[in-house]
Design a protein around this ligand. Structure first.
Ligand code: GLY
Length: 335
């Protein structure tokens, strides 16, 4: 039986379990269990995939995975590379501000157990992905926001910093001359670093970090910190993460949708395509003016990516090679 068909069948009785650790918990016959194990032989791991052209971030994650580190450490450390890069104006320090000139950051992280931690609207802290991890591991909560999140970060030893760089300030002052809010596809929407990884043990984790849409309204929160929208991980199935117009991703709970489609037997590629089509369909004609892109990874290490408009790309480090790929896209000229 082909792997996908098997997953489809298994999902009826035990939610598509493919992880050996979970096999004991569902009613598979011995022959079905051996199919599961033989399928796991085809696994590509370790592997890391991230939105956009972020070779240094995937390199950092790969280094951790190669040294037997966990997928959780890999995605956190990978995201930190972009958060610290002041040239990346959509993440961390150097991120473009909201319309009042404040850089506010959102981030979330999920581990192999399905635990989740997030922060939203945080100012003056660069490594919000690490704050999100601390929320997950050291508080009884899953989301901290604004001043509360910052206070928590400071209590955990994070340093307060000015995140508005000269070049981001200059761009904001220029924007203020007209204050026109018209996000340009792949420029002002080029926002989020989402990263998914499988470690040598076969466990999956994911992380997502952003300064959100530039010149957003003060207090606006997008999809990136919200479980199921900007990121979703199910260690039995795989993970997905999103970039682009957060409002639209939120309305379709896109990352959760992709993982559920993979649970039903879709490949990561087909699942990303269906999620993008769902976003497009729900938007009517509006999709012409915004970008949404998804990447996905399943338990076997297969990857997928799809977006609405051309020029979304993604980075994959697998089998010792760190490569950038152009994503296939929906909005092609009709003949
Ligand atoms: N995708 C990031 C945001 O909309 O904030």
């Amino acid at each position: 039986m082909k792997r996908r068909n098997f997953l489809k069948k298994a999902s009826v009785s035990c939610a598509g379990v493919v992880a050996s650790s979970a096999i004991g918990s569902c009613n598979l016959s011995t022959s079905e269990k051996s199919i599961v194990f033989s399928n796991l032989k085809q696994v590509t791991r370790p592997i890391v995939i991230a939105t956009w052209r972020v070779a240094k971030a995937t390199e950092k994650a790969w280094e951790i995975l190669q040294n037997n580190g966990t997928a959780l450490d890999a995605v956190e450390q990978g995201c930190r590379v972009e958060e610290a890069d002041v040239k990346n104006q959509s993440v961390g320090k150097g991120g473009l501000p909201d319309r009042d000139g404040n850089v506010t950051l959102d981030a979330c992280i999920m581990d192999k157990f399905g635990n989740y931690g997030a922060v939203t609207a945080v100012q003056n802290i660069t490594h919000v992905i690490s704050v999100a991890r601390k929320v997950m591991e050291e508080t009884p909560h899953v989301i901290l926001t604004g001043e509360g999140a910052k206070k928590f970060a400071l209590s955990k030893g994070f340093k307060e910093e000015d995140l508005l760089t000269e070049s981001s300030k200059k761009a904001w002052l220029k924007w203020k001359e007209t204050s026109l809010y018209k996000p340009i596809i792949n420029i002002e929407n080029h926002d989020t670093i989402g990263m998914l990884a499988i470690d040598k043990k076969g466990d999956i984790s994911g992380a997502c970090t952003t300064s959100g849409l530039s010149y957003k309204m003060a207090g606006r929160v997008g999809d990136s910190a919200i479980i199921g929208s900007g990121l979703f991980i199910d260690n039995e199935i795989g993970g997905a993460t999103a970039t682009g117009m957060g409002e639209e991703v939120l309305k379709t709970v896109g990352s959760f949708l992709i993982v559920e489609l993979m649970r039903q037997g879709k490949s990561p590629q087909k699942a990303c395509e269906e999620a993008v089509k769902r976003v497009v369909k729900k938007s009517g004609e509006r999709y012409k003016n915004f970008q949404v892109g998804f990447i996905a990874l399943n338990k076997a290490g297969e990857t997928g990516a799809y977006c609405i408009h051309e020029w979304f790309n993604y980075q994959v480090y697998a089998k010792g090679e760190n490569k950038n790929y152009k994503s296939n896209y929906y909005n092609k000229p009709k003949n």
